[in-house]
Every structure is written in structure tokens, then in C-alpha cells.
Design a binder for this molecule. Structure first.
Ligand SMILES: [Zn+2]
Length: 232
């Protein structure tokens, strides 16, 4: 016994022993019953332990030293060809990975180089602050409607809504209606600072066409007050 021998080494040694015995114990110089080179190639190229046992030629190959020698030769050539293909594939994959890495570096350096004046990203849109003073939250259809419309710039706006003196803090609601149909709707919490109750609400007025609208404001859940606005 060889205590140091690995299972693979043992397998290889036994395989070599069996191969050597086949190569010496079945001499067939007259090549009686030999299936021919193309059959040997077919068996060798489709070789697998499961398939080969059902191959009728396998019995001859393992009992004919000449055929077995040719069979081993074909197997060796096939293995070397497969190894060459694997080497080429590895080299190709390596080259592709290299190219990708170089392209990545190029991309990074290009982007890095183009860091000029930064435009605001989506997460930090530049909101145009528009103060809106509401004189009264009374349900008056006349006084506020009669006043000249509040002008709103089309675009991302932050409406700073200053509520009438004495308005309560809490949740407020803002809607923009076009022909009685709400096109913008938003909620915000009003807070009292320096005696003024106000809330800020961000709306994107670039999403609606310019024109005349009616802005409705209310403290939830109380009545609405409304006044004309023009989005331009
Ligand atoms: Zn033979």
C-alpha cells in the first residue's frame, strides 16, 4: 500500500495498470475483426463511462491491444485539442475582462473630467418660492375672486401660503382647479412663526398647461376658500 497516495493518483495508477494489461495481453497483429479507425474515433469522441459500456465495439477495443492503442491515441489528441480550446477561451475571456476594465476606467475618467457646473439633480429640484398671502378664510365668493389673480410661474414651485392672522396650525389642503376639475392637489402642515400661520407646499406647475385656474385652500376638514390664479 502507498499511504500517501491520493484517490486520484490511485485511480490513475489502476487505470494505467488496466491500460497496460490491455495493451499487452490482446495482441492482434492481423487486425482480426477490427472495426476501423473511423469507428474508434466515434467511440473515443463520444466516450463516457455510461455510453461506452453499451457500445458493441467497446468489447472489441478492450480485447484488442492494437485497437486499444489507437483508441488511447485518439483520446489523447482529443483531450489536447479540448485543452487548447479552453486555453484560447480563457485568453479571450481575459482579454474581454481587460477591455471592460479599461473601458470602465475610461468612462470613470471621462465623467470625472466633465464635472463642470452641476445642474440640480432630480432629488434636489430648484423650487421657485412663491409667497401667497391669503387675507381671509371666510367663504366669500366676492372679495377674493374680485382681487387680481395671483401669478404662478410654470415649473417646480414652492408655494409659501401665509394664512390670515389668527389661523390655526394644523393640516391644510391646496387644490388647483381648472373648470371645477382638480389638476393639482397637495397637503401640508401649517405652523405658527412670529405670529404668522403659514405652510409651504411643493407643486410642479410645469405639468399643467399655462392658463387660468382657481386655487382652493382650506384647513382640513373645514370649508374651502378660493381665489383666481394664472399659471404662466
Ligand atoms: Zn482491433
Amino acid at each position: 500500500m502507498r499511504p500517501e497516495e491520493s484517490p486520484e493518483a490511485k485511480y490513475d495508477r489502476l487505470k494505467k495498470k488496466i491500460q497496460d494489461s490491455i495493451l499487452t495481453e490482446y495482441p492482434n497483429p492481423e487486425r482480426k475483426g477490427c472495426p476501423g479507425n473511423s469507428v474508434l474515433e466515434g467511440v473515443a469522441s463520444g466516450f463516457s463511462d455510461e455510453r461506452v459500456e453499451s457500445d458493441s465495439n467497446w468489447e472489441h477495443i478492450t480485447h484488442c491491444s492494437e485497437c486499444y492503442r489507437e483508441f488511447l491515441e485518439i483520446r489523447r489528441n482529443l483531450k489536447q485539442a479540448a485543452k487548447r480550446r479552453r486555453t484560447i477561451l480563457r485568453a479571450t475571456v481575459g482579454a474581454v475582462v481587460m477591455l471592460a476594465a479599461v473601458a470602465g476606467l475610461f468612462f470613470v475618467s471621462r465623467n470625472h473630467g466633465s464635472l463642470g457646473p452641476q445642474r440640480p439633480q432630480n432629488a434636489e429640484v430648484a423650487y421657485h418660492k412663491i409667497p401667497i398671502d391669503i387675507a381671509t378664510m371666510e367663504r366669500s365668493d366676492t372679495t377674493q375672486r374680485a382681487s387680481s389673480p395671483i401669478l404662478l410661474d410654470a415649473g417646480p414651485d414652492e408655494l409659501i401660503v401665509n394664512l390670515p392672522v389668527g389661523s390655526k396650525a394644523g393640516q391644510y389642503e391646496v387644490q388647483l382647479l381648472e373648470n371645477q376639475r382638480p389638476v393639482i392637489s397637495a397637503h401640508a402642515d401649517a405652523a405658527i412663526r412670529d405670529g404668522t400661520t403659514a405652510f409651504a407646499v411643493k407643486v410642479d406647475l410645469s405639468k399643467i398647461p399655462p392658463g387660468s385656474y382657481t386655487m382652493y385652500v382650506r384647513q382640513v376638514p373645514w370649508d374651502w376658500t378660493h381665489f383666481p390664479v394664472v399659471v404662466r
